[in-house]
Design a protein around this ligand. Sequence first.
Ligand code: SF4
Length: 384
Amino acid sequence: MPSLSEISDARVSTVRRRLLSWYDEYRRDLPWRKTKDPFAIWISESMLQQTRVDTVIPYYERFLDRFPTVDQLADAELEDVYGLWTGLGYYSRARNLHSAAQTIVNEHAGQLPNTVKDLRKLKGIGPYTAGAVASIAFNKEEPLVDGNVIRVLTRWLDWREDVSTKPVLDTLWKWAGRLVKGERPGDFNQALMELGATVCTPRAPRCLICPIQRSCLGRQAGDPESIPFKPKKKRAQSVQGVAVWIERKGKGLAVRRPEGGLLGGMWELPGGTLETNENIEAGLRRCLHESLSLKLGHLKAMGQIEHLFSHRRLKLHIFQAHAFEGRIRRHEIAEHRWLSPERMAELPQGGPTRKALALLGKTSHESPRSRLKSERQNQKSLEP
Ligand code: SF4
């Protein structure tokens, strides 16, 4: 790859100018681009991490309807914040937003800090989000690097090294830092990301309509689609789990996971993870004894569901039980409640629990995301 000094300032200015005018003409009309409110921009950037734009839009609108200011978010119950996040995944983001909002109210008089240094002190704000908020909301010449920026920069510079290594990423941050200097830094950062999302796409980049094609070294070298180089991912590890609907007077037992870790703070059916080669039914009985001190009576197998996490493929065996012995004593469980199926379905929960409840016939199989979509479509069809 060329070093920072090998590409002239004039060439960098040309790329900046072309990208900004392309962005002015072709950018997508997204709700967070209609505001300069730092709070709204922070919420959008937090939601957009690991999640597609079209998925985020209804969540973003619903979230800001409910919590239009940082004070309202700080005052909210965490469970209500989780409720608005259900279906969006990576729930630690919701927990961190809530915690950071309280810090902003208590330590910054309710104003989002406007420097990367101070933003980084808030829970859940990493270098990307700090750069995004500082540049987009406060017009600071601060860089950001996400997957789209990595792709555009490595192709533009024809850099074919492993982008998962720290030295390569550090150099990309330096390049982004050089490019962002100049007028409209927030728009420039968004233009770079927009180009990666809509033109310089992972497959079949549309070089013929790209505003920076003339200076793109990756295109000149050929096969830009093979950049950025990433080593092959390890296969997701397979894990077997068990979950049980324990019924008492028409209500089922729900348990809440401790905060932190995978699905931290989420509600689910009691159960756990099977040990290698463990008998499924015996494993369920062991899990219930270890986590709740309960001895289950007769078990009825109801089927299995599968769920893919980023590094783990879960096969969950689902059972029903109508009898148990013992008094509930929780171990590594934050809370438990006896709930109607309807109430259970409303609580913040992960994908496996939604699928398990649907398999048990306790809810429809429709995910909150598709439910939102159909609600929006219904609303539209009612409009004159
Ligand atoms: S010319 Fe092609 S490879 Fe280069 S930045 Fe544009 S779309 Fe990407």
